[in-house]
Write a protein that binds this ligand. Structure first.
Ligand SMILES: [Mg+2]
Length: 387
């Protein structure tokens, strides 16, 4: 078995929203297709993926550094003991001659490549990626159903809290029981009004999380922590800069409710530092690393190892991502639950029309690979690039 071609294409997200720091109207994502010499139904088997959502397309790194390294590698050197293409070996090959540390855009670039191999192997073995993960890491949980929550509650230019309530109500109508909204893009007073409006739909603080997207310095973080404490929210996300573990630890020692972070940590070394120095409380605070931004599933397994060996539970992992790849990772590793972006960040966000949310849970699709085929608009983008 061998890879015959790897293709990358940057595409724009359909989005006119913003959080506290980022306006998504300029956002792009790298689609990756790994074409093989294996034929099914008269067509080559192709592994598909993208580098999650939120860190831009990585065309330069993928095309100029990673694809040439993988293309030059002897085909046999990329196979595992069963003769399948090995995601771990492809990742190691893509990273050859890269210095350690500084895990930024390169981590997202490598993710797209690594995840495409999992999709490929799912298609070759006619099983979902969640099942491949359970086999590879010898996990015996069921994983057929996953808790999901609706992430949204963005700032819409010129719109007040009525639009926010309508948005959350639409998620409620489609079966969600927990919601997340952005904070930090307005004053504390205005955000407090928005939270109270959201709670009229969510019903209770435990059904609502807030996300500051790493915006706050210590003074602002403290002011918000005090301001939102009475609402007993599900969690307070990315309070300060994702790498400011001292700030995270300080807020964790002062704010009673759970805090959540990790979506902008891209290596197991960074996650180790969070576990050691970030003040995270066991069985209370939430880890949100995203395999689509951080070297893929191989690295995600290493991250889980870092937290579990320090007494944290994978049930407190709720990955960032909001797309099918993250859902399969949550089901495969038996994590706490998954974020989903219903209706936004299309065509990458969400799970497609065949997956229904009932009482905040979904049945994980059992289509081969990541199951992108249930998202026709996304599949047509892939089809265009493969030609
Ligand atoms: Mg977030």
């Amino acid at each position: 078995m061998k890879i015959t071609r790897i293709i990358e294409r940057p595409v724009h997200l359909k989005s006119n929203i913003s959080n506290a720091l980022v306006n998504f109207s300029e956002h792009t994502v790298s689609l990756v297709a790994v074409v093989t010499d294996q034929i099914r139904n008269n067509k080559p088997v192709v592994g598909l993926s993208f580098n999650s959502i939120g860190r831009y397309a990585q065309s330069g790194i993928i095309n100029r550094r990673m694809i040439p390294r993988v293309a030059q590698e002897p085909a046999d050197a990329l196979l595992d003991e069963n003769g399948m293409i090995c995601a771990e070996k492809v990742l190691a090959c893509a990273l050859r001659n890269e210095k350690p540390g500084g895990h930024g855009d390169r981590a997202a670039a490598a993710s797209a490549l690594e995840l495409a191999i999992w999709d490929l192997n799912g298609k070759l073995q006619d099983c979902p990626v969640s099942q491949l993960i359970r086999q590879r890491y010898r996990l015996d949980h069921d994983g057929g159903r996953v808790f999901v929550y609706a992430a949204g509650g963005y700032y819409y230019e010129g719109e007040g809290s009525r639009k926010l309530k309508d948005e959350l109500r639409s998620y409620q109508d489609s079966g969600f029981t927990m919601y997340k909204m952005k904070i930090g893009g307005a004053s504390l007073q205005e955000d407090t009004r928005r939270i109270e409006a959201a709670l009229t739909v969510a019903g209770a603080g435990k059904n609502l999380a807030v996300d500051a997207n790493g915006r706050f310095d210590l003074a602002a973080a403290r002011a918000y922590a005090q301001g939102i404490q009475p609402y007993q929210l599900r969690w307070f996300e990315e309070v300060g800069d994702p790498l400011d573990f001292e700030l995270n630890a300080t807020i964790a020692s002062e704010y009673e409710g759970p805090i959540a972070t990790g979506e902008n940590l891209f290596s197991h070394q960074d996650v180790k530092n969070l576990a050691l120095y970030g003040g995270m409380r066991r069985n209370h605070d939430v880890f949100q690393m995203d395999s689509g931004l951080a070297y893929g599933i191989t690295e995600y397994a290493r991250m889980l190892n870092e937290i579990e060996r320090r007494g944290f539970s994978r049930k407190f992992c709720f990955p960032h991502g909001g797309q099918l790849m993250a859902l399969q990772v949550v089901a495969g590793f038996g994590l706490g639950g998954s974020e989903v972006y219903p209706g936004i960040f299309q065509p990458m966000g969400g799970y497609g029309n065949t997956t229904q949310v009932v009482d905040g849970m979904v049945n994980v699709p059992d289509a081969p690979g990541f199951g992108f085929e249930c998202k026709p608009e996304l599949i047509s983008l892939f089809a265009n690039m493969i030609g």
